[in-house]
Design a protein around this ligand. Structure first.
Ligand SMILES: C[N+](C)(C)CCCC[C@H](N)C(=O)O
Ligand SMILES: O=C(O)CCC(=O)C(=O)O
Ligand SMILES: [Fe+2]
Length: 421
């Protein structure tokens, strides 16, 4: 009923904007009845709580703990934590959201201590602690610190002297694992040292923090420059900075590298913090940052080498940001694997190339390049959603093993250890 009246109001507002004021004025008496609820601020009895609220026609407004929050009534009904609406053992909703009247309004609202009580037309009561509302409101969420990170260039990373974690400590102690993950979350790279140089030990390491993500390259992979697959990684050529598996709808979250052997020269690994570079773009050319976060691109992997036949396609922008707080969470950058651009018209294409050039310039600044020679025993974990890797060309025999990890499981481990992730 209210929805109907609201749309009536909206259409009259449209009339008003069109200048049909007479019609509007004539109906003024009806207008009053659109707001049957007394609209005034409710103050808490206890001044120390410092909370005021207002029951508006289509939303609830709450001022508390330096926040002005607005809640939709369906939302308030939907998030009810009463025993019949929410299973607190499984943390799952039992309420059928589709059964909630989209025009629902509370019959009464009252505050007792720090708890708000909403009584709905059918008599059901929903209670919310004020602090819960702050923590879970859109406004509160927007203010929450984003994932703590230290964006780095070569100097910042080297000055930080981030220690590698010892293999045994990593495997056998919670602290070792937690320190490792903390470094990994802050910098997007982390090392474990004193690892026996075998594929089995590398696997053991990976399994300590996550499920291994099996892909077309296998579960644990082991590779040399033997041209066994249709990709330049399997050569001795230099590889410019890139992220891997851009041609998956969800690029692999983490990459693990362990160099088991190298008898020859060159072959150093290049690491560049993509988020640091993107931040520079945001500062210098915000409209280019925005374009890179909007234009969808295809990446693809077409392979036809012996038994290995694959055609993978992944679509997404170079910069992926959360729409609610603009936090950058994934960079998809691989010029080798980028496919034909046919998702935007020619003029946008040109602006995109300009923006891509700006980002590339930042990514290629020598001061942003951190070079490291991987040695047997030292395992490198790379956040493939943030840090780009590359390698110098090399001579001689070089063996690398490693795997991809599922990002969800790495973050799961981190959260269970009490880290923000
Ligand atoms: C790591 N491993 C050798 C298994 C795969 C390499 C994949 C290389 C591909 N161009 C990409 O960037 O995704
Ligand atoms: O050979 C290397 O060091 C890395 C090659 C590469 O980029 C990859 O395997 O993803
Ligand atoms: Fe790679």
């Amino acid at each position: 009923m209210w929805c109907h009246r609201l749309s009536h109001l909206q259409s009259r507002l449209r009339d008003l904007l069109r200048g049909q004021v007479t019609h509007w004025a004539l109906q003024q008496s009806n207008f009053k009845s659109l707001f049957p609820l007394a609209i005034y601020w409710h103050h808490t009895a206890s001044k120390s709580l410092n909370c005021v609220w207002q029951q508006h026609e289509d939303h609830f407004e709450l001022q508390y703990a330096n926040n002005v929050m607005r809640f939709d009534y369906v939302w308030l009904r939907d998030h009810c934590r009463s025993a019949s609406c929410y299973n607190s053992k499984t943390h799952q909703r039992s309420l059928d959201t589709a059964s909630v009247d989209l025009c629902i309004q509370p019959k009464t609202i009252h505050l007792d201590e720090a708890t708000l009580f909403f009584t709905w037309p059918d008599g059901h009561v929903t209670r919310y602690d004020l602090d819960w509302l702050v923590k879970n409101s859109y406004e509160g969420q927007k203010q929450k610190v984003i994932q703590p990170r230290i964006l780095w260039n070569a100097e910042i990373y080297q000055q930080a002297q981030v220690p590698a974690i010892d293999f045994q400590t990593f495997l056998e102690t919670k602290e070792g694992l937690k320190n490792f993950l903390q470094n990994f979350l802050l910098y997007g790279i982390a090392f474990v040292e004193n690892v026996p140089p075998t594929q089995e030990h590398t696997e053991k390491l990976a399994k300590r923090i996550s499920l291994i993500r099996e892909t077309i390259y296998g579960r644990m992979w082991f590779f040399t420059s033997d041209f066994s697959r249709g990709d330049t990684a399997y050569t001795k050529l230099a590889l410019d900075r890139h992220t891997d598996t851009t041609y998956f709808q969800e690029p692999c979250g983490i990459q693990v590298f362990h160099c088991l052997k190298h008898e020859g020269t060159g072959g150093r690994t290049l690491l560049v913090d993509g988020f640091y570079a993107a931040e520079q773009v945001l500062q210098k050319a915000p409209e280019e940052f925005e374009l890179l976060s909007k234009v969808p691109l295809k990446h693809e992997y077409i392979e036809n080498v012996g038994e290995c036949q694959n055609h993978m396609i992944g679509v997404g922008p170079v910069l992926n940001i959360y729409p609610w707080n603009k936090e950058l969470y994934l960079i998809r950058y691989n010029n080798y694997d980028r496919a034909v651009i046919n998702t935007v018209p020619y003029d946008v294409v040109h602006r995109w190339y300009t923006a891509h050039r700006t980002l590339t310039r930042e990514l290629r600044r020598p001061e942003n390049e951190f070079w490291v020679k991987l040695k047997p025993g030292k395992v490198l974990f790379i956040d493939n959603w943030r840090v780009l890797h590359g390698r110098e060309s090399f001579t001689g025999y070089r063996q690398l093993c490693g795997c991809y990890l599922t990002r969800d499981d790495v973050l799961n481990t981190a959260r269970l250890l009490g880290l923000q992730a």
